[in-house]
Design a binder for this molecule. Sequence first.
Ligand SMILES: Nc1ncnc2c1ncn2[C@@H]1O[C@H](COP(=O)(O)OP(=O)(O)OP(=O)(O)O)[C@@H](O)[C@H]1O
Ligand SMILES: [Mg+2]
Length: 596
Amino acid sequence: MKKKKSQSLLRRLFIYGGNYKYLTLIGMFLSGVSAFISLVPIVFIWLSVKEIFSIYPNIVMTDSLIRYSWLTLGSAIGTMVIYFVALMCTHLAAFRIAKNIRLCAISHLMTLPLGYFNEVGSGKLRRIISDSATQTETYLAHQLPDLVGAMVTPLGVMIFLFLFDWRLGIISLMPMALATISMMFMMGKGYSEQVAQYQTELENVNNESVEYVRGIPVVKTFGQSIFSFQKFHNTIKTYQKFVVNYTVHSRMPMVFFQTFMGSMAIFLSISGIWIFTGASDPQNFLLNFLFYLFFTPICGMMMSKIMWTSQNTLLAEDALSRVNELLSEKSLPQQSESKEVIKTFDITLNNVSFRYPNAKGNAVSDVSMSIKQGSTVALVGPSGGGKSTLAALIARFWDVTKGNIRIGGADVRNIDESELMKNISFVFQHTNLYKASILDNLKEGKPNATEEEVLEALKAARCEDIIGKLPEGIHTVVNTKGVYLSGGEAQRIAIARAILKDAPIILLDEATAFTDPENEHQIQLALNELTKGKTILMIAHRLSTIENADCIYLIANGSIKEMGTHDKLLIENGLYAEMWKEYQSAFIWNEREVLA
Ligand SMILES: Nc1ncnc2c1ncn2[C@@H]1O[C@H](COP(=O)(O)OP(=O)(O)OP(=O)(O)O)[C@@H](O)[C@H]1O
Ligand SMILES: [Mg+2]
């Protein structure tokens, strides 16, 4: 990683370019040529002026004047054509490189543990893959060729300046040298870190503002003031402090830079008068002097351009390092040889411990359990106990830190990912549906399913009432344009998807609360349909769902506290019995409410 950092941005971008990198180099070269030629018309115009002065007052079209005019026109058109070809080359290469960056990032994402996606969030991933690649695209297509142009122009100008009058050449160089020194002060040590930090601060503000908007309902319902969002407030403050510090730091060098760049005419005037007094041919000197007066401001413009482009270079650098950070995420190890196939569906967890990446403690510690093929095992327990984590480990969203998980005797780490996924259906606690039609959402379970099969699954999961309400039936796109399903409804659709998939193992993470008793009843019926003859791990919040489970595990603080059938656990009169009593009283209370 360190080594990569020290490589130039262009080299690192070229890794993604293949042979297209040569197009970038050709584009850069042509852009330089075009910048140089762009100075030629000015020289010819000036030569024309000089010619006119020399033949004054008999102004006629001399051969030289005609020649100068054609050369002016020719070089102006030449500049444009060459620049156009240059941009075409750099664009072709930039698109290809950005495309390859996206492909690399996406194919690497495919190898990451599924749990990573819950952790990082789709917003951030989108920004890394899409925006960062776009940033490099703009850099390669426009900024890079323009940077070359901006560097060649002052060089060309200098050649002309020295060619006409070396004394004036040296004088016009002075302010440029001073401006360059000021620029170096501003962009010296630590500048790239500052740009990176600026990006990070900006990202923090973005993230926090999203959280803030998400939290507005909470603020409103609890009647809290805006200061409850201390974190957002602090992020803005930090950002503000950073930007102000940075501006203060750049203030003096920037003032000097602009002053020197703007002071060329003064430098030239003073020195011009001084040289003029001793000049042997005052008329010729005056004409040359005019040339300098017109030419040197171009250098100023180009210097400013170089400065801004350098900043963009750092932005592209930062974008690329974000992509590289993603690429350095550790893939889930895949056994290439000796893959094991799932023959039976008994699931066993042997002394499983797991700690989330970057977490301090274990989320699950030393858990052993067995789920016989065709049986139903339920997990219950307090929030944060580790139930969802256990289910995620069985589907290998993460690899266990210690112990092992076996399906039909085969370690999940040795089972091919597609084989594992084919045999498991997962109904999640949250975020079950994505922004697509109900039909497409269901087809995730079985891509080649016919519409009839989809309808049948929806019927089995008791979703007909939901579909009936939607404006375009199963073709309605959910999670958009005012079409939102309640948590319970979304979970029923997810159950329909699992029914369609018809996998032998079902991991079911019940949504925490269903407010509507009718919905609860429908979900129960849907579940009965889904779980027929399957091997089931069910995480339940409503204890009535699991009364008949073959075994119930009470999970708290990442480990098993109690286990057994419902009746056995009631007799033991432990934590489960307590939870059951509480649940019963809440349930009866609810029933009364409904009946009243
Ligand atoms: N992606 C994650 N990164 C880090 N820690 C996590 C992550 N997801 C869960 N945890 C932590 O792991 C522990 C177990 O969480 P888990 O979601 O498994 O609990 P749970 O029993 O399913 O809770 P609930 O009943 O509320 O759904 C908690 O302490 C939680 O904070
Ligand atoms: Mg959970």
